[in-house]
Ligand binder design. Structure first.
Ligand SMILES: Cc1cc2nc3c(=O)[nH]c(=O)nc-3n(C[C@H](O)[C@H](O)[C@H](O)COP(=O)(O)OP(=O)(O)OC[C@H]3O[C@@H](n4cnc5c(N)ncnc54)[C@H](O)[C@@H]3O)c2cc1C
Length: 414
């Protein structure tokens, strides 16, 4: 492709094979016609122009962690990873759409700043923000997308727009939480960062036999805990781990006494690095991890917990994430992210899709029917309601206004 500043990798070229594979092993078989390493907004404009004229499917890719493989295609992958600059000016952070979370944390740290965002070091800031963004500072500061102040977007027709609350407000509204890859290609994001706090990292471990008692206590406590306390719960084949951070002196953890307890006060950057491997199912090679999830507005009764633990067994890892706090103080219509009355999110992850589905189905009757757009689930039939609730019709209007010919599309896209 003529005139691009970035690299174009096509089948057979050195580097193509590494470049085509996203982080998630399940989608490593997909072979794009080309991977365009975009080094500028202009590269995105030119590539979209070719895709539009030649009718080629095109998808943006940041960190490549989409659970549903939406940043892979047999058409053109727009790899935004070269656009990873992070700068701070007048207290505002401008971040290239190809930056990963570790780029963001490392570059903001010297300014004493950070963003409330996830723990996975290689997750992309753009994908995470466009679908919401949950993390250990979220109960105090809200979603990553709640800190977004502006974004530069290349639209389907090639126009470049800077959107914010007072410029292209409907596009800006839709970018905050509906899920990436639907309205245009974001090339940079402007955030209102928060102070990077010192915090107490905690990790409490029980044998798996204690799981029912720990889940019962956790679900009554973690969603209502003080905003400065964020406690995730992970259940593996052998153990139960509650982990997270306390920002202040919130020290009372009303859970059964653990077998092992680790607590340490540390700078925020160190805390994030140390939690990176404890969060959502890291796609450890060669594991093609399958994940299903749902939000819950009420505690699970004891019999549901018992069935869940029996059906997840040794093959399905369970991750509980607390909501509440600042997440739930933003009105559901203020941004595209509609899930503002949920108590917790439960993710089921494993290598065996049938077992993951069974585990999910066991507690589905107690779920709210809503699903986090950043944990997309190809099985969902009523996906519009699950991801977007009452915001769906407004999102459909924004889609029609900005991408009427659906250049940006995937199964379950608007
Ligand atoms: C190991 C792991 C840890 C995780 N931890 C967390 C966590 O702590 N908190 C949390 O909230 N979520 C977490 N997630 C989920 C994560 O938020 C989503 O997978 C997210 O979509 C990943 O973004 P990405 O850029 O890495 O992925 P990609 O696959 O590159 O992108 C995801 C979607 O966004 C689109 N997209 C990417 N970049 C752009 C862009 N510049 N413009 C427009 N669309 C774009 C893609 O086309 C795709 O549809 C985790 C996932 C994994 C695998």
């Amino acid at each position: 492709m003529i005139g691009l500043t970035g690299e174009v990798l096509e089948p057979g070229m050195p580097g193509y094979d590494a470049a085509r594979k996203p982080a998630m092993a399940r989608f490593h078989h997909i072979r794009p016609r080309a991977v365009v390493r975009c080094a500028s907004t202009e590269d995105v404009v030119r590539t979209l122009d070719i895709a539009r004229r030649e009718g080629i499917h095109v998808v943006p890719r940041g960190g490549g962690h989409c659970f549903a493989g939406r940043s892979s295609t047999e058409g053109i992958v727009l790899d935004l990873s070269p656009l990873r600059s992070v700068s701070v000016s007048a207290g505002v952070a401008t971040i290239g759409a190809g930056a990963t979370l570790s780029d963001v944390y490392d570059e903001l740290a010297p300014h004493g700043l950070t963003l409330p965002a996830g723990c996975g070091a290689t997750v992309g800031i753009a994908g995470l923000t466009l679908g919401g963004g949950l993390g250990i500072l979220g109960r105090r500061y809200g979603l990553t997308c709640d800190r977004l102040r502006a974004a530069r977007v290349v639209l389907a027709d090639g126009r470049v727009v800077d959107c914010a609350a007072d410029r292209e407000p409907e596009l800006f509204w839709a970018l905050r939480g509906a899920g990436g890859g639907q309205f245009g290609v974001v090339t940079s994001l402007v955030f209102d960062p928060v102070p990077a706090p010192d915090a107490t990292r905690f990790e409490l471990i029980w044998p798996r036999a204690d799981a029912a008692a720990v889940v019962a206590a956790w679900q009554e406590w973690a969603p209502d805990a003080p905003d400065g306390l964020s406690a995730n719960l992970k259940i593996t084949a052998t153990e139960v781990v509650a982990f997270g951070a306390m920002l202040g002196t919130e020290s009372a953890v009303p859970l059964p006494p653990p077998a092992t307890e680790r607590m340490a006060r540390m700078p925020y950057g160190e805390l994030k690095r140390s939690l990176a491997t404890l969060g959502s199912a890291e796609p450890a090679e060669p594991g093609p991890v399958v994940s299903k999830s749902e939000f819950f507005r009420r505690p699970l009764p004891a019999r549901a917990i018992a069935s869940l633990l029996a059906s997840s067994g040794e093959d399905v890892e369970l991750n509980f994430t607390p909501m509440g706090g600042a997440y739930n103080r933003v009105p559901a219509r203020e941004s595209a992210f509609v899930h503002r009355t949920e108590r917790f999110l439960l993710e089921h992850a494993g290598l065996d899709a049938a077992r993951v589905r069974r585990s999910w189905a066991t507690v589905h009757p107690w779920g709210s029917g809503r699903v986090y757009p950043n944990f997309p689930d190809p099985d969902l039939t009523d996906w519009a309601r699950a991801y977007h609730g009452d915001n769906h019709s407004r999102l459909a209007r924004v889609k029609h206004a900005y991408d009427p010919r659906r250049l940006f599309r995937f199964p379950q896209s608007l």
